[in-house]
Design a protein around this ligand. Structure first.
Ligand SMILES: O=C(O)CCC(=O)C(=O)O
Length: 269
């Protein structure tokens, strides 16, 4: 099975069908070159401080391969990243896949900028919803993930590897090499995948660094993978738009998440 690829203006019905069937989908031409450069610039000083483990210190048992650079907390570091979180292509797909399981809305789950450098090995295949073992695989839709191509993604430079169709597999089924597909896409495209789809960063056998930005979204009643309240503390959150503040979790889900802090909105029921 291949990874479906559609233009950004494809109908939401077509996008939904493709993502339902394959568990993954590439949308092209979502981010303009100008905004792509701008977000890269906004994150550059943070990225420059990220530790890169040299290949000879890499341990294949580690989840994050050596020769990669990774930062989180993007909403606190970049205005454009915050705008990308609320991109209508992503929220339309969240409405399709998450809202049915989360009547008071979904939330931002993880933000990360990820560079895969020359010599990086491939990452172990995993599922975004692996923390939620309470639900047996195949799990209901708990998470929608997106990877924004800031550079081109190629099979050689470490494009994300996906196993199309694996969102419907039982836990014990192991992906065979011929079932693993590199999500090759031009800069400005976005790869979406469901929480139960097997994936991982590819190996980089090229001379260039591969640069992607991940935003994942989860049902509003789940614990977020990235602690947004530490990564985007109240003194920063209070200056964000109400939509973005709500999305990172500064809002209640029924009785969940109350606080005496006035930054929190009204409870929804
Ligand atoms: O960098 C990638 O292509 C995927 C990264 C990923 O899945 C992760 O770090 O959990």
């Amino acid at each position: 099975m291949s990874i479906p690829c559609l233009p950004a203006n494809a109908s939401i019905e077509e996008q939904t069908r493709a993502l339902e069937q394959a568990g993954c989908l590439v949308l092209t031409d979502v981010l303009t070159d100008r905004r792509r450069q701008a977000v890269r610039e906004e994150l550059s000083s943070h990225m420059a401080q990220a530790h890169v483990l040299e290949a000879d210190k890499d341990d294949p048992a580690m989840f994050y391969p050596g020769r990669t650079r990774r930062i989180s907390g993007l909403v606190a570091s970049s205005k454009i990243a915050g705008e990308m979180v609320l991109d209508p292509h992503s929220t339309a797909l969240c409405d399709q896949f998450l809202t049915p399981n989360s009547e008071f809305g979904y939330q931002l789950h993880v933000t990360a900028a990820l560079e895969v450098g020359p010599g990086a090995r491939k990452q172990v295949l995993h599922r975004e919803d692996d923390s939620f073992t309470f639900f047996p695989q195949p799990r209901p839709n708990l998470i929608l993930a997106s990877m924004w191509a800031i550079s081109d993604f190629t099979a050689d430079n470490g494009a994300t590897l996906l196993v199309p169709g694996s969102h419907l597999w039982p836990e014990e089924r192991v992906a065979q090499p011929e079932e693993v597909v590199a999500a090759e896409m031009p800069a400005g495209a976005v790869l979406y995948w469901l929480g139960s789809t097997l994936h991982g960063a590819g190996a980089n056998v090229s001379e260039q660094w591969r640069y992607g930005i991940i935003f994942t979204y989860s049902l509003g009643w789940l614990r977020q993978e990235e602690n947004q309240y530490l990564d985007v503390p109240p003194h920063i959150a209070k200056n964000l738009s109400p939509q973005l503040r709500d999305m990172i979790g500064y809002k209640m889900y029924r009785a969940l998440g109350f606080s005496m802090d006035p930054i929190l909105g009204e409870r929804p029921d």
